[in-house]
Write a protein that binds this ligand. Sequence first.
Ligand code: TXA
Ligand code: MG
Length: 341
Amino acid sequence: MKTEIKNVTPESLREAKNFINAGEVVAIPTETVYGLGGNAFNDEAVKKIFTVKGRPNDNPLIAHVHSGYDLSKIIDYDPPYAKKLRDAFLPGPLTLVYPSTGKVSPFVSCGLNTLAVRIPSHDGAQAFLRAVDIPIVAPSANLSKHVSPTSAEHVYEDFQGKIPLILDGGTCVGGIESTVCDVTGEIPVILRPGLITKEMIAEVVGACEEYTPDFQSGERVKSPGVLYKHYAPRCETALFAAGAWTDALEKAKAAAKEKRVAILCESELVGTFQVLGVTVLDLGRTATEMANRLYGALREAEGLCELLIAIEPKARGGVMTGVLNRLQKACISTDIPHGKR
Ligand code: TXA
Ligand code: MG
């Protein structure tokens, strides 16, 4: 199959819609990362997404709709605080998890009794979602476990020959995936941190919790995505705490004698590592800058080095929670075996 990359135009949108109606999957831009989209009502299209990505079949998908879409077509329970969150943050990088009404394909939620819904703000995503006017399930458009894509070229690297069309909406400004927030209970609970932070949500609705899975308890994990290795570049990685940058320096010096080494650190440390003569990837100064650059830097590292040494930025809280979550998963996470779930 030939994979075409096309700018978002009336013609490419028509083509994308035809593919979607034929049960195909197409890649679409969003303000966070690129997504691999398919018709949420079509079992075969949803199954195709899992196959093409190599995604574990217990990791549910997010349904994407345009901002004018009538949500009562897919959800019914909608607590007043969820409306407040939609009014404050949507369209934008916040996914809300509602009780499921069973309207979309059962393969979307993988047996959970909830449905995650997202209204992206990216103009190209909105144009595409308006053109198809149905919920589109779209995981990040990367092969399972690989670094999420923030450009059409990243998508092409992973899916060349496997999907017919990539709608090119430029480089994603957000850079890390949407905040996933459960709104089925009394107060919102963040299942995956992102650009809409716990602090921002609490300010609008008065309270917000963060979910931490308890793997020992035997309870079914609320958001299975937290179980899996994620965002990993195809090179060896080593992650150092912010305070341990001198250890990172020693490790880099020693390793550089045997292999190609690259460093990933915040701007403040770039000069310190540059003296080693190895490649230094600058993550940026602010948390939003770091979110924007992280995945691009991880993909760049793959082509540059055999060992990537990453040093955690110093800042904590806010958007940094999401950045650290992705950096740690990219560098040190492993799949959690079934027995521990
Ligand atoms: O920014 C984003 O959310 C991107 C773009 C393409 O929109 N999409 C994305 O999808 O990151 P994906 O599939 O890579 O991650 C979806 C996350 C997973 O951690 C999954 O477990 C969780 O959302 N999720 C999906 N449906 C859920 C549900 N019903 N309950 C709890 N978690 C859910
Ligand atoms: Mg993903």
